[in-house]
Design a protein around this ligand. Structure first.
Ligand SMILES: Nc1ncnc2c1ncn2[C@@H]1O[C@H](COP(=O)(O)OP(=O)(O)OP(=O)(O)O)[C@@H](O)[C@H]1O
Length: 800
């Protein structure tokens, strides 16, 4: 019945789209742009209806009042507008995730439905009202298994892409997903607790619940690297949501692709909060006063700009800019006007003021303004600068750095210096917040100025004449449609439609829906911002993100123990008290859905060195003991390749490959698809091992390449593996990962080696191996202990 309903909705949307294409239903004055807006609305609707095909309905609630609700990926109504399927995000669906025997929320029985294509292939019941148990027959009792749906979903082989989890969201996760929109929500939790997947479902929930507010401004999701962005990019479309912008920090300054890499010290310095003052000083330093009087010759005539005049004119321009809130590039015109005034006066004095009329004076002024010598002098004293020019100039000059950063140590200043022509500049992710900061002082140029003004207008919520006109048109059209057909547009659709119409009136086709326009507009203000791996972001990045969301409606997801970036904060309060004191709250996820218990026990030993008070999350799953294999340095690549083969075979067969270090046979894994494997290596070994492995095997993709998520075997650094998961993981040379001092790093800056190792050890969903070329680090001593007859190492286990 539900699929029939879905089919008929699809047919109807398709019919209406065809009608729009044919120009039917057109009002007399319907413009092409209105039609285009309908085209967008209906294609969006069709893709939403297409996205919910798999597992359309996955739950049922039997309530105390004998009502029965089906829960699914979308809400559906019958012809009498009675709900036949409740959207998982609707308030009525909350009991599906939140009800327990102790707190039943009016639910007697919760049923999980598993479907294959359009057929129900399994059901599992949670009987919450225990009194009902007595009335059940044997068949019904056998279906009782609260966690079966979850475990079935966790046991599935990894595909290289994150999947949605609507059917199996757990109660603590549901609390996070449905938490209110206002303020900053920090979601903490150990590895594999679902922070990422929960944040994505929260985005879908917020877009559903606050559609009017969020669809227009959009939701920004910031991830740690492009691979991660690709890893998660299917989740929201599969939930029918597309008004979301997925980006890395490196993509948040329009027009700059920040693909370079910084040495750890440089990254740390660039992320330091003092850089805000450095950028401000760098802008001011470019508004110069010459050391001596400046002599110019224009058309053979001498002119003098005295130091005192330059200083007075500059200070006056600055004061005026300060008063009017103008940025440097805009305030420059005051400076230019007064300097030209001073030069014009000199010419007029020389020619004799009595002999010249106003028009003559204006001519002189114009000629002076056009003279290359004058322009060069003005550019030297107060140049018009783009943020990229400002930063490139700063990095290329030890003098400019010294002047802007007098409080930095010599090593810190040297870390910023990048000699060579600015053209060779490759922007790094750490530069992006600095460019944004510079734009805050300099102001935008050209196209960007327009975009900024447009953003400001939108921010003030001004309904311009054009928007008003468009809105009226859309409403009229809507009324007509409702009259002519059934209701599909809602009030919430009107504003985005009207905006679409306005954009096209203006010829601003580039704008498009939120997801296209927002990233190209530095001053776009998002309705909600979600930051994943938030523990990695330094102070300067937070400044940028807070600018993108002045309302401070944000979800920050992270685990401080997994921090590895130089300059990462030590506590959430360190970041958030600065920006949203009293307006941020915390939720903690405690159950690990990824890493099997024996692997988590090993990782917990590392966690104890990072934070002795931290409790590792309990694992839902059990699995093979991790293995360790010492090899000779010269044999590393072939030994690794052999271990990879053994692991792939073990994934396929469910056996443990590691000879002496093997634990028992885990035949429960037998017969499953082979799955995917990652080799995680210290940065210093990445290039070398990458070359060697690729020389002997064709199934390896290297971190950073687009193929890495689809390959059977991925070779990754820890930074590249962050946030991802694989069926099997082999960690190479953990001592070097722990050591933390990377080439060029300054010893005073700890690069969080233990955090890196913790991340590396917790990427596996089924199996973990460790290969060393030297002694095993003490913190991994558990690996050297013999396994007992039961295949376990007998010491502390971390279980749910
Ligand atoms: N309720 C659930 N039902 C099914 N699968 C789940 C559930 N919660 C989490 N998972 C799965 O557990 C795995 C780990 O989730 P996720 O990557 O979101 O964790 P994380 O906390 O972000 O981890 P890390 O901090 O290590 O990056 C994913 O495969 C996710 O789909």
């Amino acid at each position: 019945m539900l699929y029939d309903r879905l089919d008929s909705l699809r047919e109807r949307a398709q019919r209406r789209l065809d009608a729009v294409h044919r120009g039917e239903h057109a009002l007399t004055h319907q413009s092409m742009s209105e039609r285009q807006s309908y085209h967008e609305l209906l294609t969006g609707r069709l893709s939403q209806l297409g996205a919910v095909e798999r597992g359309l309905c996955f739950g049922r609630l039997d309530n105390d009042d004998d009502t029965r609700l089906y829960i699914g990926r979308i809400g559906l109504f019958d012809d009498d507008y009675e709900p036949v399927l409740v959207d998982w995000r609707a308030p009525a669906a909350q009991a599906f995730y939140g009800a327990t025997p102790a707190r039943r929320l009016g639910v007697r029985r919760r049923r999980h439905l598993r479907t294959h294509d359009r057929t129900v292939v399994g059901i599992e019941d949670d009987v919450l009202d225990l009194a009902t148990l007595g009335d059940m027959d044997d068949t019904e009792r056998r279906q009782l298994s609260g966690e079966a749906a979850l475990l079935a979903s966790l046991a599935a082989g990894r595909t290289g892409r994150m999947n949605e989890i609507v059917a199996t969201i757990q109660a603590e996760q549901d609390r996070v997903i449905r938490s209110g929109l206002a303020g900053i929500l920090v979601v903490e939790g150990g590895p594999g607790t679902g922070k990422t997947v929960v944040a994505l479902h929260r985005a879908a929930y917020l877009l559903y619940t606050h559609r009017a507010r969020l669809a227009r401004r959009g939701v920004l999701i910031v991830g740690p690297n492009p691979t991660f962005t690709r890893y998660i990019d299917q989740v929201l479309p599969s939930l029918g949501e597309t008004d979301v912008v997925l980006a890395t920090l490196a993509e948040l300054y329009p027009g700059v692709s920040a693909s370079g890499e910084d040495e750890p010290l440089a990254a740390r310095v660039k992320g330091d909060p003092r850089m805000a003052d450095v950028v401000a000083a760098a802008v001011r330093d470019r508004q110069r006063v010459p050391e001596h009087d400046l002599e110019l010759v224009v058309d053979g005539e001498p002119y003098v700009l005295s130091r005192a005049v330059c200083e007075r004119v500059r200070d006056r321009a600055r004061a005026r800019a300060g008063r009017d809130g103008e940025l440097a590039n805009r305030a420059r015109r005051h400076f230019v006007r007064d300097i030209l005034g001073a030069l014009t006066r000199q010419a007029v004095d020389r020619l004799g003021a009595d002999l010249l009329g106003d028009a003559d004076v204006q001519d002189i002024r114009r000629e002076l303004a056009a003279a290359p010598e004058v322009r060069a002098a003005l550019d030297g004293l107060w140049p018009e600068l783009t943020p990229t020019e400002l930063l490139a100039d700063l990095y290329s000059s030890a003098d400019l750095i010294a002047s802007a950063a007098p409080e930095f140590t010599a090593a810190e200043r040297a870390a910023l210096l990048r000699p060579g022509p600015p053209a060779a500049q490759r922007w790094t992710p750490a530069d992006v917040p600095l460019l944004d900061e510079a734009a805050e002082h300099l102001g935008e140029l050209d196209r960007a100025v327009y975009a900024a003004a447009a953003a400001e207008r939108r921010e003030r919520g001004e309904v311009t004449e054009e928007t008003g006109y468009a809105r009226a048109g859309v409403e009229l059209q809507q009324e007509y449609e409702e009259f002519a057909d059934d209701v599909t547009t809602t009030d919430d659709d009107v504003d985005p439609l009207a905006e679409g119409v306005v954009r096209r009136y203006r010829g601003d086709e580039g704008g498009g829906p939120v997801s296209e326009g927002a990233l190209g507009d530095r001053q776009w203000v998002y309705g909600h911002v979600i930051v994943d791996e938030a523990q990695e972001l330094p102070a300067m990045a937070w400044r940028l993100l807070m600018r993108r969301c002045p309302a401070r409606s944000m979800t920050l997801v992270g685990d401080l123990a997994q921090a590895s970036a130089p300059g990462a904060p030590a506590t959430w309060a360190e970041v958030l008290d600065l920006w949203a004191q009293g307006r941020w709250r915390r939720e903690r996820l405690t159950v690990n859905y990824r890493t099997p218990a024996p692997i988590m026990a090993l990782a917990a030993d590392v966690l104890a060195t990072i934070d002795p008070d931290a409790a590792p999350p309990g694992s839902v799953r059990d699995g093979a003991e991790p293995w360790w294999r010492p090899v000779e340095e010269a044999e590393l690549a072939p030994a690794l390749s052999a271990a990879v083969d053994e692991e792939l075979a073990a994934l396929a067969a469910g056996a443990n490959p590691s000879g002496d270090h093997a634990d028992g046979d885990h035949s429960s894994d037998r017969g499953e698809p082979a799955g995917r494997l990652a080799v995680i290596v210290p940065e210093s070994r990445f290039a070398g091992l990458g070359r060697q492995l690729r020389a002997v095997r064709t199934d390896v993709a290297l971190g950073g390449s687009p193929a890495v998520l689809d390959a059977r075997v991925a070779l990754l650094t820890v930074a590249q593996a962050k946030g991802l998961e694989f069926d099997s993981v082999v960690v190479v040379d953990p001592a070097a990962i722990l050591e933390a001092v990377r080439p060029g790093a300054c010893a005073t800056y700890d690069a969080h080696g233990a955090g890196d190792l913790y991340v590396a050890l917790t990427r596996a969903t089924r199996r973990l191996g460790v290969v060393t070329t030297g002694p095993l680090p003490d913190v991994l001593a558990r690996l050297a202990r013999p396994t007992g007859p039961d295949g376990e190492r007998g010491s502390r286990r971390v279980r749910r």
